[in-house]
Ligand binder design. Structure first.
Ligand code: MRU
Length: 357
């Protein structure tokens, strides 16, 4: 089943806030609702929110009362602004909404309803491509995972973080499909526990050997030889390879380097932002205090305690052994290898679009 999809003129998605306790499909009929679903993390993970943004744009076109092309474009521009503001770090969101807006701007279709249909078809294509891209990326990454390896993984980068299959966790799924035995150490990933709640759920369902660990255990495991590869996703990769990912990733990469452990970031080219020269330019989302002061409904800190809650950190590219993309593994110098991968991916999207007619 897909994490996010279009059905009955609505955007539907797995409500990830409730997992693993409850499996509920949430549905949204307005752009405001879709923006809220991203901001409140019903849906999360960079590729998943990219696809959700694209479906949100298709919904905006469908709901727009416009009777001329300019008004439709104005409604779409407003929808893009609302959706993009929902979460700032993952560039996939603005990438997805921009792809839809640009299609609307350049289409020569004269009828508004045909433009609406073309936008929905584009969002569907983006979602389908995501699955195909993730599979390719997963198998590219599997090539550098030794048989019997112990992977250390942060946050959730599985099927739930994308339309399907996932990014870094997709590498584990690819190893499994190839019959290559692996074991995954799953960081719990405070404060929102994406590792404990979502990654553990996905790996257990897939019957991939794993252990859940407290975030603070990771350094000990690395120093005592229990980790062969550190693997994670990204929400935005700058042109030089600096990678923003879930808070706590940087610390893992530094400790891995100290212990001679290879570190791979696994991210589709839609996560690469060639407009940003380096990672210090990546906007880092700050989220509410309640994520840190509580676990679920339970308060674990004194009421009123001051909190700082950055949701992401940036790992400087010098700590990365490679960046696995759908176009192959990028190695240093990343400025060159990432630009080449993005170029190849753009050409592929154009070819696919032509093939669709
Ligand atoms: O705050 P989240 O849960 O959306 O953060 C997700 C991550 O940090 C993932 O590692 C990232 O999106 C890349 S993988 C899909």
């Amino acid at each position: 089943m897909r994490t996010v999809f279009w059905e009955d003129d609505k955007v539907k998605m797995i409500d990830q806030r409730l997992l693993p306790g409850e499996f509920v499909i949430a549905e949204f009929e307005t752009v405001e609702g879709v923006a809220r679903s991203i901001n409140e993390m019903y849906v999360r993970g960079a590729p998943a929110i990219g696809a959700t943004g694209a479906f949100g744009m298709a919904l905006a076109a469908q709901n727009s009362p416009a009777i001329d092309r300019n008004s439709l474009l104005a409604d779409l521009a407003a929808a893009k602004e609302l959706l993009d503001a929902a979460r700032p770090t993952a560039v996939n969101l603005t990438w997805g909404t921009r792809r839809l807006l640009e299609l609307a701007e350049r289409t020569l279709l004269p009828e508004l309803d045909d433009i609406r249909s073309a936008l929905l078809a584009e969002a569907q294509a983006l979602a389908d491509e995501d699955v195909e891209i993730n599979r390719r990326m997963g198998f590219n990454g599997a090539a550098v995972i030794p048989e019997g390896a112990n992977l250390l993984h942060h946050c959730n980068t599985g099927a739930l973080a994308a339309v399907d299959f996932g990014t870094a966790l997709g590498v584990a799924f690819a190893c499994q499909e190839q019959g290559k035995p692996i074991h995954v150490w799953v960081d719990e990933t405070r404060p929102r526990l994406q590792g404990a709640r979502l990654t553990a759920w996905e790996l257990m369902r897939a019957e991939i050997p794993m252990h859940l660990i407290a975030d603070n255990a990771a350094g000990h495991l690395m120093r005592t030889g229990k980790v062969d590869v550190v693997i994670f996703g990204a929400d935005r990769v700058a042109a030089n390879g600096d990678a923003a990912n879930k808070i706590g990733t940087y610390k893992l990469a530094v400790v891995a380097r100290e212990n001679g452990i290879p570190v791979y970031c696994v991210a589709p080219t839609s996560t690469v932002d060639l407009n940003l020269a380096h990672g210090d330019l990546i906007p880092i989302e700050e989220r509410g205090a309640e994520e840190v002061t509580g676990i679920g409904e339970k308060l674990i800190a004194p009421e009123g305690v001051p909190v700082y809650n950055p949701a992401f950190d940036v790992t400087p590219h010098r700590y990365l052994t490679g960046i696995v993309t759908e176009e192959g593994i990028c190695y240093p110098p990343f400025t060159k290898s990432l630009a080449e991968a993005v170029g190849k991916a753009q050409a592929r999207v154009e070819e696919n679009r032509k093939a669709r007619g």
